[in-house]
Design a protein around this ligand. Structure first.
Ligand SMILES: O[C@@H]1[C@@H](O)[C@H](O[C@@H]2CO[C@@H](O[C@@H]3CO[C@@H](O)[C@H](O)[C@H]3O)[C@H](O)[C@H]2O)OC[C@H]1O
Length: 405
């Protein structure tokens, strides 16, 4: 069936178009992603210039709290919960009309000492973990697009990290955590999130085993978050990242780049900034190429507030905006991957189908073929529709069209 409304909307410019002027999020949505986003943190929000750019939905359609939803922030004392700082970020997302990625529930780091140094049995730690998850997820119910339920459970060789959770409970802590999160908010997407799982290898294989483990317990797992804390010049190729993403999505889960930044040894040079731009472009292009890659989040947008210099001695300049909130070449690299710096041609017949459309994009740097993730899923004329075709799930809709994955 031909949906003339999609053609009309596209021709009239109602659907997101790929133009020079489009920001990162606008271009990402036009390319079929759900969002392009940034992490942020409470102390930075007093910087009005920073806040203004963060709130610019043309660039950022999603934000993630960098620290304020972690266990040490939300349950510093057993069964005493504090949501004040996390609520500031959640409210900001709501005010700005941005999606919120919620981060994180179970992680070996930034734990309060009552957890990390407590005396636990299998039963008592399961109870404490479930109580934490239930309270935090319930508090933010309906506000998060996704939760990073378990963060960084793996060693580099793909074996389990010896966290308090693994050594006390064993691998069952993962499905137990996912099941508790699903019970508290059945609608929110539930993710496993880790670093160094962005190209094929032992750790990526370990993360795929976690997906299968959770599924084998009958618990819900919706996605895998690839942190993507990269180094300029050592970023995995687009090809390696594309192959890797496909291995995850073949398991029936979606994927997202959740903490992208690409650091360099300081001082930065023009050559390093150019390579950084290429590395950003390759990574975002890998996401665009996979129909189940829903978004990219950078781990703060400006070098001014990046976590990198305080964590990796002598390194920095990892973000697409510099210390003065001026865009770096990396910004253009991301936009190139999103088709934002060139022209885009999409055939009307492809647009009109209820299946995922294939978009051919001609960027200034060359030609590439990507997969558009959106589809006009129902209705007719200018009112559009919000019902997805059979076999598709509606992940976003507005008055004009639905996004169906
Ligand atoms: O002193 C601490 C300070 O060290 C802390 O820094 C944060 C550490 O976590 C960072 O985010 C993580 C980066 O990579 C992945 O491993 C994780 O998934 C992320 O959560 C965050 O950006 C830093 O700000 O902040 C609190 C201070 O008290």
């Amino acid at each position: 069936m031909v949906h003339l409304s999609a053609i009309a909307l596209a021709l009239a410019g109602v659907l997101p178009q790929l133009t020079q002027a489009a920001g990162l999020n606008t271009a990402a949505v036009a390319k079929g992603l759900l969002y392009f986003g940034s992490a942020t943190d409470n102390p930075e929000l007093t910087d009005s210039a920073y806040l203004t750019q963060l709130s610019n939905r043309d660039d950022f359609g999603q934000i993630t709290p960098g620290n304020s939803q972690k266990w040490d922030a939300t349950e510093p004392t057993q069964n005493t919960f504090s949501f004040t700082k996390g609520d500031v970020i959640a409210d900001l997302a709501s005010t700005n009309g941005q999606k919120l990625r919620c981060h994180n529930l179970v992680w070996h780091s930034q734990l309060p000492s009552w957890v990390s140094s407590g005396t636990w049995t299998n039963a008592t730690l399961i109870a404490a973990m479930k109580n934490h998850i239930t309270n935090v997820v319930t508090h933010y119910k309906g506000k998060c697009y996704a939760w990073d339920v378990v963060n960084e459970a793996l060693n580099e060789d793909g074996s389990y990290r010896s966290s308090i959770f693994y050594t006390t409970i064993g691998e069952a802590y993962l499905p137990i955590a996912f099941a508790a999160a699903a019970a508290a908010d059945p609608s929110v997407k539930l993710y496993y999130n880790d670093y160094n799982i962005e190209s094929p290898g032992s750790k990526s294989t370990g993360a795929q085993k976690i997906v299968k483990l959770v599924q084998s317990y009958g618990a819900k797992i919706d996605g895998v978050g690839l942190q993507a804390h990269f180094i300029v010049g050592s970023t995995p190729s687009k090809s390696a990242q594309t192959t890797n993403l496909a291995a995850f999505t073949a398991l029936g889960v979606e994927v997202a780049y959740t903490e992208l930044d690409i650091r360099m040894t300081l001082p930065s040079t023009a050559a390093l900034l150019a390579q950084q731009s290429t590395d950003y472009q390759d990574t975002v292009a890998a996401c665009v190429a996979n129909a189940k890659c829903v978004g990219v989040t950078i781990w703060d947008y400006t070098d001014k507030y990046s976590w990198v210099p305080s964590t990796f001695s002598g390194q920095g300049a990892a973000c697409p905006w510099d210390d003065n909130l001026v865009k770096k070449p990396a910004y253009t690299g991301i936009l190139n991957a999103l088709g934002g710096s060139g022209s885009s041609t999409t055939t009307a017949t492809t647009l009109a189908t209820t299946t995922k459309a294939t978009t051919t994009t001609t960027a200034s740097s060359g030609s590439s073929t990507g997969v558009a993730h959106w589809g006009q899923c129902g209705g007719s004329g200018w009112t559009g529709g919000t019902t997805c075709a059979s076999g598709y799930t509606c992940t976003y809709s507005n008055a004009w069209y639905s996004q169906c994955l």
